[in-house]
Design a protein around this ligand. Structure first.
Ligand SMILES: Nc1ncnc2c1ncn2[C@@H]1O[C@H](COP(=O)(O)OP(=O)(O)O)[C@@H](O)[C@H]1O
Ligand SMILES: [Mg+2]
Ligand SMILES: [Zn+2]
Length: 509
């Protein structure tokens, strides 16, 4: 006796169809799963057996072979339980096979037959639709997420028993409707730039960073507002596009961070991992890989506070996501890819004690200590940070000043305009930002007139800028020109751009 039912597995953000084939043979009773099952899948045997019995369903006293196809992909997770149970019931002719035409099933079974939610249901549902399924049967506790996918009927079930009764036409399970109330785009009570007093040049640098998608490093003593400033960067980025919003929701769903009744996520993420984080936590990892902080920050801001305190080996891992906007985690017989396009905002003190160069407290560090501290951020990482900006403490005058500070809405409008210019400049790119320009792009799009060129030359001599600063300055100058609505990169734009290379300028600040 033979049956075949369809279920889905998660590979990164991708939902892939997995067919469960069941063969029932006479002989010594047993249950074997083949087709590269991981440890978590092999445990399904016990769950399926107990769940069926506890739902009053007969577990066949036969030799059961379950094959998970395609055979070349490693299978992990507990989401195949429901498919395995249904496969057995169909093979036993308790359920007619045609009832499962166009139907895919996912869900973990508790021993009493209750269906438990699975991670990444949104991605699984997208995979089901892509493969031409009409109906997805999923645990009721997370089915809402799948209902976000249009053109797919989603049936939320509480238990194996429910699913069986529904398939036998003995119980109604109405399709799950998508939540009509998506998260508001701008939740009230959210941080705003208008709360930040003074520090106009830091705000300006953050505006440039957001406009051209330039990674930025804030350098300043404790209490100078670095965290406060970084937190507000997502508020000046344009709203998520529908596509981004779906991806951000998918990543959080795969990470298991979604609530049951949530709609699409509409706000740009702000992630702030602690400096003790492991490389797995940052990049993603685990036996069944989950997205790391770089992917949870996808579409938003990754804030690395106290940058030199991060392990060097961990910071090295940032190269792939910064370069490719995605991370790939390889496991035997499977690779997992997660998107990771984020704006990096990093912060550091200028020295171990924090007060080097500050005018209100004396630094107690030796020059060697300071040099060692700053050298902890590796060259390759520094190469991917276009803007360095010193953040002095806000002055008393600025704090008591009653003038209206620019709001996130004002700054965001300028950012949006500059981004539109770039979108037109790079119409077919997935990353249409000045920060993503290649060397040949910079030659083509950042051509300088004689005045701008001679200013840049002089600045390199006077400020002692390193060669690595050259292209970065050009890209940033391009963004400054875009913010000014200027087609050409002019002298003034270059003059401002060279200011944002503090760390190149003086090796020990
Ligand atoms: N420019 C500013 N305007 C208003 N408040 C500020 C400003 N800078 C700092 N503060 C206040 O100082 C506190 C500490 O700032 P924080 O962002 O934690 O500094 P850092 O991260 O540089 O150590 C903030 O919570 C805020 O109350
Ligand atoms: Mg801080
Ligand atoms: Zn110091």
């Amino acid at each position: 006796m033979y049956a075949q039912v369809n279920t889905l597995a998660l590979y990164g953000l991708q939902g892939v169809v997995v067919q469960v084939e069941i063969d029932l043979a006479q002989g010594l009773p047993g249950f074997e799963i083949v087709g590269l099952p991981g440890h978590s899948v092999r445990e399904a045997k016990d769950r399926v057996r107990a769940a069926m019995r506890n739902c009053g369903l007969e577990f066949p006293q036969k030799r059961i072979t379950a094959n998970l196809a395609p055979a070349h992909l490693r299978k992990e997770g507990s989401g195949f339980d429901l498919g395995l149970a249904l496969g057995i019931l169909v093979a036993e002719e308790q359920i007619p096979p045609q009832r499962l035409n166009g139907v895919a099933l996912v869900g973990e079974l508790a021993l009493d037959g209750t269906l438990r939610s699975v991670r990444g249901l949104l991605s699984l549902a997208l995979g089901a639709r892509e493969h031409g399924f009409y109906t997805l049967v999923a645990p009721a506790s997370c089915a809402q997420e799948a209902a976000l996918v249009s053109g797919l009927q989603v049936i939320g079930a509480e238990s194996l028993r429910d699913v069986v009764l529904w398939l036998m036409g003995k119980k109604e399970l109405p399709p799950v409707r998508p939540h009509d109330s998506a998260e508001p785009a701008l939740p009230s009570g959210r941080e705003d730039f208008s709360e930040i007093k003074g520090q106009p040049h830091v705000k300006r640098a953050l505006e440039i960073a957001a406009a051209g998608n330039h990674n930025i490093l804030l350098i300043g003593p404790p209490g100078s507002g670095k965290t406060m400033l970084a937190k507000r960067v997502p508020t000046i980025l344009p709203p998520l596009t529908a596509r981004e919003s779906l991806q951000v929701t998918q990543v959080h769903s795969v990470a298991g961070l979604r609530t049951a009744n949530g709609g699409l996520m509409q706000t740009r993420p702000f992630r702030t991992p602690h400096h003790t984080i492991s490389s797995g936590g940052l990049i993603g990892g685990g036996t069944i890989p989950r997205p790391g902080e770089v992917s949870l920050a996808h579409g938003g801001v990754l804030f690395l506070d106290e940058l030199p305190e991060f392990r060097k080996s961990v910071l090295e891992m940032l190269r792939q996501p910064l370069e490719d906007a995605q991370v790939t985690i390889s496991r035997t017989q499977a690779t997992y890819t997660f998107p990771s396009r984020f704006l990096l905002v990093a912060a550091m003190n200028p020295c171990p004690c924090g007060y080097y160069g500050s005018d209100y407290k004396t630094c107690s560090c030796t020059p060697v200590q300071i040099a060692k501290y700053q050298s902890k951020i590796s060259g390759p990482l520094l190469d991917r940070i276009d803007l360095h900006i010193e953040v002095p403490r806000v002055t008393y005058q600025d704090i008591v000043n009653q003038t209206q500070e620019p709001s996130s809405r004002d700054i965001g409008a300028r950012v949006l305009m500059a981004r539109d210019v770039q979108a037109k400049r790079f119409p077919d790119r997935t990353s249409p930002y000045n920060a993503s320009m290649s060397s040949s792009d910079t030659r083509f799009f950042c051509e300088l007139g004689p005045d701008a060129r001679s200013l840049l030359e002089k600045s390199f001599d006077v400020l002692g800028l390193s060669a690595r600063a050259y292209e970065r300055v050009l890209k940033v100058a391009r963004t400054i020109a875009d913010l000014a609505g200027s087609a050409a990169v002019e002298e003034a734009h270059v003059a401002e751009a060279v200011q944002y290379r503090s760390l190149d300028r003086h090796p020990t600040l």
